[in-house]
Design a protein around this ligand. Structure first.
Ligand code: COA
Ligand code: ZN
Length: 299
């Protein structure tokens, strides 16, 4: 099992996108600052999507510009999710050098989420690659394990999309359990097959915690040799176009476990917990992270 874990914070994107009330940019920027101060070195910090689809993300350019002003020279990997070339161009114009574009493995979720067939999305990815040759483009694959509309996702469909995208020069992929119904065995089996077929790609996992299997699934990914794991501060998160999905694994809970088990994460748990507490004090959302220090009274 890998001893070093590359922790990837996705709360400012996946966490915030599902919060109903607008979170002022000042608060978003402060939480990003706090996460970086806790030791986070890679972060999906916002998304450049249609404000009609996700109004919360309408300040993406401002959040990126302000964060890059402060942290642009620190060597941290900051990127945004984009559904199309329009979003990728906006992310690049705001100063980002990397984006994650999203395609769902299942047709029906891809249609609900970005109003395209999978084939149209793959063609869109090719156009994005051509339009922005200097931008680092990764592929986030939603519903890589299960789909709210179609049930279990066949692993062949995951492999097909990776094959097409790899042919376009994409080298980093994120397998997302969008609705949090993957179990640890499914995660281990899928990741093992994907790594066997594509030994040279970089793989991330993105797990939701709907049925409290999130931490176990993340550990299963580490056991399968995938050391790039995503989580969201406070356990916020969820795709507004995936009915029933709850938040991501809570970053602070995951970091607590990983540090305790002797993995190196580079993240200061106390600082991350303080950020989670601040988040809870300023945002109204469906939190799941356990917010107390050991020994601290629980009310
Ligand atoms: N950022 C901002 N605006 C965008 C945009 C982007 N990335 N892409 C398209 N738009 C705008 C268009 O300019 C157009 O604006 P107008 O109505 O003022 O003319 C409008 O959105 C519709 O564009 P269209 O290309 O017809 O898109 P659509 O209505 O088919 O929606 C997406 C497709 C991809 C833009 C939309 O579904 C989306 O943003 N989805 C993101 C979902 C998401 O973030 N899910 C959670 C993360 S996985
Ligand atoms: Zn997610």
């Amino acid at each position: 099992m890998a001893q070093h874990v590359n922790f990837i914070e996705v709360g400012p994107r996946d966490g915030f996108q599902n919060v109903k009330d607008y979170i002022p940019a000042d608060i978003k920027v402060k939480l990003i600052d706090d996460l970086l101060a806790a030791g986070v070195r890679r972060m999906e910090m916002t998304s450049f999507v249609s404000p009609k689809a996700i109004p919360q993300m309408r300040d993406a350019a401002e959040v990126v510009c302000r964060t890059l002003e402060t942290h642009g020279d620190e060597g941290v990997e900051l990127y945004a999710l984009v559904p199309n070339t329009y979003g990728a161009k906006a992310a690049a114009a705001a100063g980002l050098r990397e984006v994650a574009t999203v395609i769902s493995v299942s047709e029906s979720h891809n249609k609900a989420n970005i109003n395209r067939t999978v084939e149209e999305s793959l063609q869109g990815l090719e156009k994005m690659r051509q339009a922005l040759p200097d931008l680092n483009i990764n592929l986030s694959m939603a519903t890589a394990f299960t789909c709210p509309f179609e049930g279990i996702t066949p692993v062949e469909n995951v492999l097909k999309i990776i094959r097409r995208a790899a042919g376009l020069g994409i080298t980093r992929f994120c397998l997302a359990d969008t609705i949090g119904e993957a179990d640890p065995k499914m995660v281990r089996d899928t990741l093992t097959i994907v790594q066997q077929v594509f030994p040279d790609i970089t793989l991330d996992v993105h797990i939701h915690d709907t049925r409290n299997m999130g931490i176990a699934c993340t550990l299963a990914a580490l056991e399968a040799g995938v050391c790039n794991v995503q989580a969201a501060l406070g356990g916020l998160g969820g795709c507004p176009f995936a009915p029933g999905a709850s938040g991501n694994v809570a970053s602070e809970d995951l970091i607590f476990m990983l540090n305790k088990m002797g993995f190196t994460t580079g993240i200061d748990f106390d600082k991350m917990l303080a950020a989670a507490k601040y988040e809870r004090s300023v945002i109204t959302g469906n939190f799941s992270g356990h917010q107390v220090h050991i020994g601290e009274p629980c009310h």
